[in-house]
Design a protein around this ligand. Structure first.
Ligand code: SF4
Length: 63
């Protein structure tokens, strides 16, 4: 199973990943950083796309 890692240090809270994959990402209301809703998810193309569109390139997908 693949794993998604968000580098919250680099994340700027732009919410692009949340707009693209609201079923996967959400914004932590306290830190204003992206986080995963569920760690056990199937990696789909739209998740790769969200990672590609992340302006800080802080979403890593490990196969
Ligand atoms: S797209 Fe990247 S920088 Fe923007 S909220 Fe998501 S993880 Fe953070």
């Amino acid at each position: 199973m693949a794993t998604i890692i968000i580098d919250t240090y680099l994340c700027n809270g732009c919410a692009t990943c949340i707009e693209m994959c609201p079923q996967v990402f959400r914004l932590d209301p306290v830190s204003n950083k992206a986080e995963l809703i569920d760690t056990e998810i199937e990696i789909t193309d739209d998740i790769y796309q969200a990672a590609a569109y992340c302006p800080e390139k802080c979403i890593e997908i490990k196969e």
